[in-house]
Design a protein around this ligand. Structure first.
Ligand SMILES: C[S@@+](CC[C@H](N)C(=O)[O-])C[C@H]1O[C@@H](n2cnc3c(N)ncnc32)[C@H](O)[C@@H]1O
Length: 191
């Protein structure tokens, strides 16, 4: 991430926005259950939001310079920080009750990597598990904030089909002014 983006994601202002805006939506999206997977915690403000509300949280962060300090800060809590690419982190089949992914998809290197992540999350969720996420729309001011950074926006109108291809169903998407949010589900019928 570029320096100014990173600074903002660690700021009290971002923490307040998450608490006021993202959290109420997450709470209505569905029950996260007891064993939650967070993709892309970055500096960890979304991790802080989640960790007080679930029994166990596993946060997968690909950037070692972000994963190491987060792991140090959260040592001895209910959070395990794993430094890995979430498309291939060696997680157990059908372990998690829910997965979350906040402002991460557009930071992935390609649409193919995003699709690999969807397939991987479907594999590691339990039957009936939910996947909730939020991501940026492709707008000029948001592009401007990602100069020198990875920016692979995901068109929200393609999301339900892409999640369906990974095996998810009952996808609901809310498109807002700058962001879209979604909740999707793994079927609770066991194979
Ligand atoms: C914009 S930050 C979001 C941080 C936090 N979720 C928030 O909303 O404040 C995106 C994070 O996703 C991480 N990321 C990108 N691709 C990833 C991948 N394949 N596996 C795990 N983490 C990834 C980046 O390193 C970055 O820390």
């Amino acid at each position: 991430m570029n320096e100014s983006h990173l600074k903002f994601l660690a700021s009290p202002e971002w923490a307040r926005m998450l608490e006021a805006d993202l959290l109420p939506w997450v709470e209505t999206a569905g029950d996260l259950g007891d064993d939650v997977l967070e993709i892309g915690p970055g500096p960890g403000l979304t991790t802080d939001l989640l960790r007080h509300r679930v029994d166990r949280l596993t946060a997968i962060e690909v950037d070692p310079e972000l994963a190491a300090p987060l792991s140090d800060r959260l040592r001895g809590t209910n959070v395990e920080v794993v430094c890995a690419d979430a498309t291939n982190a060696g997680l157990t089949d059908q372990r998690f009750s829910a997965a979350t992914c906040f402002s991460v998809l557009h930071h992935m290197t390609s649409a193919q990597a995003q699709d690999e992540l969807f397939a991987e999350l479907h594999r590691v969720l339990r039957p009936g598990g939910i996947f909730v996420g939020a991501d940026s729309r492709d707008l000029d001011p948001i592009r401007a904030g990602h100069i020198g950074d990875t920016f692979v926006p995901l068109p929200p109108e393609t999301l339900a089909q892409r999640l369906g291809h990974a095996g998810f169903d009952r996808t609901e998407i809310d498109v807002g002014e700058y962001q879209f949010r979604f909740v999707t589900r793994k079927s609770d019928e066991r194979p």
